[in-house]
Design a protein around this ligand. Structure first.
Ligand code: SAM
Ligand code: DTB
Ligand code: SF4
Length: 351
């Protein structure tokens, strides 16, 4: 496989454990600078993609994902709901579009969609697509035939997360395997849909598991088009309810490493923003996050209110009309040099 350094336009799929560990171990400023430099090669640094989530079928899920309030195995006091009516979903999508969202993501608490639900789900895709929005769904595992039908209905993205490293995975989910997940992602890609896949941090994993997750994503034959990085939302009644807090810098580091490993993917600052300060979110954007979920609710848990996000974007100059036209080529050149040369270009204390 072709090797390339991170400053050409090549995208690598052969990241080695030690290389990724070395990125995580960089001094924060070096890591952020590297991530921001990579980010600017592929994206306007002041543009953030905005998606809205809707739970189209809530609760009573047979799976045992330890983080999830929707598993039937945990008493989380969640109201269970049947699959929503198609028209009601389209009304919600219209409201999301009016509020400025580009993409509408519909999630269902299923292990995989039942055949009997497919006609409704396909009608939802068509209806939302007709509004001129991008469509995304997350419905659990997909076989080839269901993937094909969703793609034919016009589904743009399918979200299916790896969640964590292959090694830590069995501590979190026992009802489906890591290879089941990889197979679904393959079916989605083969059907021509864009892949949205990422994971959750703060579940008690170690640094090696964050490295393992990002390596799995970055060493796929094609990088996911969208990479959601969720911070665990600790929900009462789930096995991870009392998990300790994640160090915010570990989260920001993971965003920066995801950006460097998958330079052309949208990295989504996903669940967990309700617990993050504006300053932390701003650091995540600087580290290369360029997508968020927008609107007061994720699937079942709170997300910052839309006006709070609008204020934050205004304060940061995100999604304003300002366009960055010049990429900092000179910075890339400086970064590509050896440390000694780099130093002398900035400051020579002896000189
Ligand atoms: N049931 C489908 C599945 O699991 O594939 C789709 C919906 S599921 C809720 C989508 C993703 O949401 C999960 O894979 C997980 O990464 C994320 N998620 C669920 N609960 C979460 C929580 N408490 N905190 C952070 N992310 C969570
Ligand atoms: C993803 O990675 N995060 C979103 C979306 N994909 C479907 C879901 C977050 C769910 C957070 C917990 C909840 O609201 O139920
Ligand atoms: Fe079910 Fe998805 Fe929650 Fe797992 S994450 S329990 S599959 S809704």
């Amino acid at each position: 496989m072709r090797q390339s350094n991170e400053f050409d336009n090549g995208v690598r799929h052969d990241w080695q454990y030690q290389e990724v560990a070395d990125l995580f171990a960089l001094p924060m400023n070096d890591l952020l600078f590297k991530a921001q430099t990579v980010h600017r090669q592929h994206f306007d640094p002041n543009q953030v993609q905005v998606s809205t989530l809707l739970s189209i079928k809530t609760g009573a899920c047979p799976e045992d994902c330890a983080y999830c309030p929707q598993s039937a195995r945990y008493d989380t006091k969640l109201e269970k709901e049947k699959l929503m009516e198609v028209e009601a979903v389209i009304e919600k999508a219209k409201a999301a579009k009016a509020a400025g969202s580009d993409r509408f993501c519909m999630g269902a608490a299923w292990r995989s969609p039942h055949e009997r639900d497919m006609p409704y789900v396909l009608a939802m895709v068509k209806g939302v697509k007709d509004l001129g929005m991008e469509t995304c769904m997350t419905l659990g595992m997909l076989d080839e035939s269901k993937s094909q039908r969703l793609a034919e209905a016009g589904l743009d993205y399918y979200n299916h997360n790896l969640d964590t490293s292959p090694e830590f995975y069995k501590d979190i989910i026992t009802t489906r395997t890591y290879s089941d997940r990889l197979e679904t992602l393959q079916n989605v890609r083969d059907a021509g849909m864009k892949v949205c896949s990422g994971g959750i941090l703060g579940m008690g994993e170690e640094q090696k598991d964050r490295i393992g997750l990002l390596m799995q994503l970055a060493n796929m034959p094609q990088h996911p088009d969208s990479v959601p990085i969720n911070q665990l939302v600790k929900v009462e009644g789930t096995p991870l309810e009392t998990e300790g807090d994640l160090d915010p810098f570990d989260f920001i580091r993971a965003i920066a490493v995801a950006r460097i490993l998958m330079p052309k993917s949208h990295v989504r600052l996903s669940a967990g923003r309700e617990e993050m300060s504006e300053e932390m979110q701003s650091m995540c954007f600087f580290a290369g996050a360029n997508s968020i979920f927008y609107g007061e609710c994720l699937l079942t848990t709170p997300n910052p209110a839309a006006n709070k996000d609008q204020d934050l974007f205004r304060k940061l100059g995100i999604n304003s009309d300002h366009k960055v036209t010049q990429q900092p080529k000179e910075l890339e050149e400086i970064l590509a040099q050896k440390p000694a040369e780099k130093e002398s270009m900035f400051y020579n204390a002896a000189g």
